[in-house]
Design a protein around this ligand. Structure first.
Ligand SMILES: [Fe+2]
Ligand SMILES: [Fe+2]
Length: 207
């Protein structure tokens, strides 16, 4: 049922054109989940403009396609050695996103406002506007979603507890809206509690 689809009908043509650029490093799956998260954040953040945030989150990572796949994991993670590639994917991303947006000219979407927050979405840490803040929270908040946790633990061959500890250390300052902080912290708290179910449910130590 199309009405239940995560993407707004307005954004479906953008998704179809973005998809071929997102088949690196799970970016396609990351984009779908982050878009869903963005919609939830927008519902709690009425001052933000969905016509900027949603096309931007949909297109924000298309630029990774032009980066050498061998080097991708060096650009992210706890100790990135190729931060220059992070900037490169933003610049390529703006170029590709502009082409896609100008082809479709989605109704009510201000293309320059969308491109302005794709540019710098990872290399600027502060909220440059409320739209930028919601888009960044959807992007970074993905790491705290079940999908993000599974994916990232797979990349680094790490366990959930370690991943959550890293998230709490490095990501907390990056969550910029009250809704973003609540969602990310809620998911981390829930998974942390889940990991302790065995401890509290009995076993030899309770005898
Ligand atoms: Fe990015
Ligand atoms: Fe992203």
């Amino acid at each position: 049922m199309m009405d239940d689809g995560v993407f707004l009908p307005r954004d479906l043509p953008l998704w179809l054109d973005a998809k071929p650029y997102l088949d690196v490093r799970n970016n396609d799956e990351h984009t779908i989940v982050a878009y869903g998260l963005a919609r939830a954040l927008l519902a709690e953040t009425p001052e933000a403009d969905e016509s900027v945030v949603l096309p931007a989150i949909l297109l924000h990572d298309v630029g990774w396609k032009r980066i050498d796949p061998e080097l991708l994991l060096l650009a992210i993670g706890r100790n990135p050695t190729r931060k220059d590639l992070v900037r490169d994917h933003e610049v390529h991303g703006v170029e590709i996103a502009r082409e896609i947006l100008e082809k479709h000219r989605p109704k009510g979407v201000d293309i320059d406002s969308v491109l302005a927050i794709i540019d710098g979405h990872d290399t600027t840490k502060q909220a440059r506007s409320i739209n930028d803040a919601v888009m960044k929270d959807a992007d970074k908040g993905w790491r705290a979603t079940p999908h993000g946790m599974r994916t990232i633990c797979g990349w680094y061959d790490t366990d959930l507890a370690t991943h959550i500890e890293t998230l709490r250390q490095v990501s907390n300052p990056y969550m910029l809206t009250p809704a973003g902080r609540a969602i990310a912290e809620g998911m981390c708290a829930a998974v942390t509690a889940e990991l302790q179910i065995g401890t509290y449910m009995g076993g030899p130590s309770h005898d």
